[in-house]
Design a protein around this ligand. Structure first.
Ligand code: F6P
Length: 474
């Protein structure tokens, strides 16, 4: 069957996992992309192409909760080279300010292109004439070009969920020109922030040599490509409703009690990733306890670290580092029944996350670099009583919108300590003033508005190209 909307992403919104009885089933997969796209898919009759995780081959398309999903299998070599290698060993660290050192391997690159080709071929097969294909994220940057070669009739959008680095970093990439040309197969290229779009246009001018003007790239074949910012958001009303529900309110209360009803609960929720700044954040909190600024009888830090990319070396090292730090802090500074860090290495369903957000007085989101960070927005959406404080890294995309957070430089431990204390000691009036403004921002700019604005622009860009081309012909 042909579809008018095709979503192409590295992952499906579900994972293929074995249950305790050994039977295979589906489970919601972690990450911001899923929560962002799901509402868009449900609204239209779209199909989603992606990898379900694991190495199972020959999976049939299936529907789940009204979503049409087409699983793309990957071989162990493809996982190693395309996913763990090129995507998460090269592009991820390079695009995140080289927080970890990117590795460049030719066999990773070749497999990346081949996997992108397979995804492009599947999209070409499933898309109706003149359909819209929306390609997502850094694992799929070659798809727009490969797809356009197969199906020039399609309207193609590309959205990068993570930062796009400045030229000084991007040009380290041995395949920089190919990646830029890969993305330029799209009609519209979306980024989280205007600075990323500007980085892209500048690089296209310098490295590919195309003419550009402001946010437009002029290609030799007459097409124009627009690069612009579309800051992603969350289903704010959905989170608000969930947080207000009886079950979540009760669970939030239970969590506070289980922690010994401390005066202040600090919370961090992140994928266990070296970009997230978990180590420095816990260290800051530990120093505040050590210095006597906070009392272990009155304050606790709950850190949820969602397991992620566990086969990649850097992630394993990080896990060990955090394990050691938590053990040391609790061992040195905790008391019987009073660890200062309550550390959970696990993923949780939305309801439990909402209960944690409701239970926490201070949410601490301190990545070294982050495309957006939806956890920050989810916390705000769940603060239905207009209280709670957000401590947020300046280097998260969300800082552009959530200006009333306590903004911090995550490399500055003393600055972070001061912000944690200030957020902890803020009075009710100040908390409400800040939270109210942030709630207004995310309610007015939710994920529905994000998807609609991207789709509207994509239509407009395609029309623009058609008009220019027919004018050229006449
Ligand atoms: O937001 C970046 C991202 O890589 C998404 O593309 C992905 O869904 C999520 O993080 C989780 O990462 P992974 O698919 O590697 O588990």
């Amino acid at each position: 069957m042909a579809h008018d909307l095709v979503i192409v992403a590295n992952r499906l919104p579900v994972d293929r996992v074995a249950g305790p009885d050994g039977k295979m089933g589906w489970r919601a997969s972690p990450g911001g992309l899923v929560s962002a796209i799901e509402p868009v898919m449900r609204a239209g009759d779209g199909v989603w192409i992606g990898w379900p995780g694991g190495t199972e081959q020959h999976l049939e398309p299936f529907d789940i909760d009204g979503l049409h999903l087409v699983p793309m299998s990957m071989t162990p070599e493809e996982i190693e080279n395309h996913y763990e290698g090129m995507s998460n060993g090269t592009l991820w660290p390079l695009y995140h300010d080289v927080v970890a050192k990117p590795e460049f391997h030719r066999e990773w690159w070749h497999e990346y292109v081949e996997v992108n080709r397979r995804f492009a071929e599947k999209a070409a097969e499933l898309a109706a004439p003149n359909a819209t294909v929306w390609v997502h994220d850094y694992q799929m940057q070659m798809v727009p070009q490969l797809l356009r070669e197969l199906r020039p009739d399609l309207r193609i959008g590309f959205y990068l969920h993570i930062p796009f680095p400045p030229a000084e970093l991007f040009q380290q990439l041995p395949w920089r020109r190919q990646i830029l040309e890969g993305i330029l197969g799209a009609d519209l290229v979306g980024f989280q922030l205007p600075g990323a779009a500007q980085n892209f246009v500048r690089l296209v001018r310098q490295r590919v040599g195309h003419k550009t003007h402001r946010d437009l790239v002029y290609l030799p074949d007459g097409r124009t490509v627009r690069a612009a910012a579309f800051p992603i958001s969350i289903d704010a009303t959905g989170f608000d409703d969930l947080a207000r529900s009886e079950i979540v309110a009760r669970r939030a209360q239970e969590i506070r009690e289980a922690l010994g009803n401390p005066k202040k609960i600090f919370l961090g929720i992140d994928r266990l990733d070296y970009t997230k700044g978990i180590y420095a954040r816990l260290r800051s909190f530990g120093e505040l306890i050590r210095d006597g600024e906070l009392d272990v009888d009155e304050a606790v830090f709950v850190q949820v670290a969602v397991p992620s990319r566990e086969q990649v070396e850097q992630y394993r090292l990080l896990r060990d580092e955090i394990d050691r730090l938590v053990g040391r802090l609790n061992g040195d500074l905790g008391r019987i029944g009073k660890p200062l860090i309550s550390y959970l290495h696990s993923s949780y369903p939305r309801e439990e996350m909402a209960a944690l957000y409701r239970a926490a007085d201070i949410m601490v989101v301190t990545p070294y670099r982050d495309g957006m960070n939806l956890v920050a927005k989810e916390y705000v959406a769940c603060r239905v009583d207009e209280d709670g404080a957000l401590v947020l890294s300046e280097f998260a995309g969300a800082a552009d919108e959530l200006r009333q957070a306590w903004l911090v430089n995550p490399y500055d431990i003393d600055g972070m300590k001061a912000a944690l204390l200030s957020a902890c000691r803020a009075d009710e009036h100040e908390l409400t003033k800040r939270m109210r403004a942030m709630r207004k921002q995310i309610t007015q700019h939710d994920v529905k508005a994000w998807a609609e604005s991207f789709m509207t622009e994509l239509d407009a860009e395609r029309e623009h190209t058609k008009t220019v081309r027919s004018a050229d012909r006449s």
